[in-house]
Ligand binder design. Sequence first.
Ligand code: PLP
Length: 455
Amino acid sequence: MKKKEKKIYERPLIRPLNASISNKFGRRTEWLPLTHIDGIPVVDLINEFGSPLFVYSEKKIRDNFMMAKRAFETRYPKIQFAWSYKTCYLNAVCNVYHQMGSWAEVVSGFEYEKALQNGVPGDKIIFNGPDKSKHDLLLAMKNNTLIHIDHFDELYLLTELASSSKSKPRVAIRINMDTGVYPQWDRFGFNYENGQAWEAVNKILMNDALDLVGIHTHIGTFMMTPSAYAVATAKMTELAIQIKKKFNHIITYIDMGGGFASKNTLKGSYYAGADAVPDIGEYAEAITSALLNAGFDRNNLPFLYLETGRALVDDTGFLLGTVLANKRLADGRRATILDFGVNTLFTSFWYDHKISPAQEMGHYAEETILYGPLCMNIDVVRDAISLPPLKPGQHVVAQYVGAYNITQSMQFITFRPAVVMIDREGRSHLIRKRESLDYVQKNEILPSHLKKLNW
Ligand SMILES: *Cc1c(COP(=O)(O)O)cnc(C)c1O
């Protein structure tokens, strides 16, 4: 017979009235416990791999990707996804996408080399970004990579390299534009409205050095309005059609970039992200309708490339952590100190992350401020969250942390934690080790005159 579990004792306390905002659904119920991830107890994961710990669900990555692919493929016949490396470039995560047919989208020489090492063929890599060295460009040309030109200086350099190497690199130009969402992202690429984009097209097509195969835009990130994509796609298709008219030159693909919102909750938003953000189908509808309406020749439809990042991966990642201590602040608020902070959970600067207890708790909840372990005033993981009183040693799970945390985290004060992936059979794999002192100091060099200490 199963032994009856003893109820947890929670001491009574006097709660100060706190006039925090509740939305129309009442208070957010973040304290519902999350005890397992893909069938594995959170406690077991922490016991095996340590705390804090990032965990990715391979099943969720695959499910999300299939859903996005279906949303686009059922609306438009020529689709290609390219995984945005900077969103999460752990090789295990990248290779799940690559196994499912996703190309690579990179924004630096470092990411480019990473994609090549992961086994992505050079001609299935999209090379974006304002920072491509001469070395990067030569390598990309050699590998027949799609080079997305960001500015005129890059265009001139590439033209020069192409002319002296007698190869004709495949290029696209990045275009920025007014989509009705402000502030406008105009620092990358060539502007549509002021004629810069045309100037770039003219320069490329009047000269035979580069092969203009595509046009690219990435209108912003965490875009909450699918209609902005409809506006952007209409402008992109218009450009492609006018290029055909003027130069009798066919643009083979239109790359609409990334930027679809994930289910996270932006700071200060009234609704929780999961209730507020558009479904991937709404973005697909906006983009593909504009493409189908544009008036392309049926036999010459351009490919639609997508570089979706956060919307695919954010909810596939979890950060498990442990309570270090509790304290009362001077104004009576409860404060809980966790073993992960803003160094690890970088995106807590702009999201109110959903953070849940990892064990069954009582039903009493109190507004709490969650601090990280850093000796730094800015280390606030959540500035107000309704949680049951957690005890030192108990665990929490931060959800929707799969995008931009691994790639932006840093070794500020502490090591970066290990990362585990749970496969579809429920087996856990260590995909990145926790850092060590040796690892962090590997590239340090101590000048010999500083080696000797005289106490
Ligand atoms: C960052 C980036 C993406 C991915 O953006 P998400 O907002 O994560 O979807 C795609 N394309 C380019 C050019 C980027 O810089």
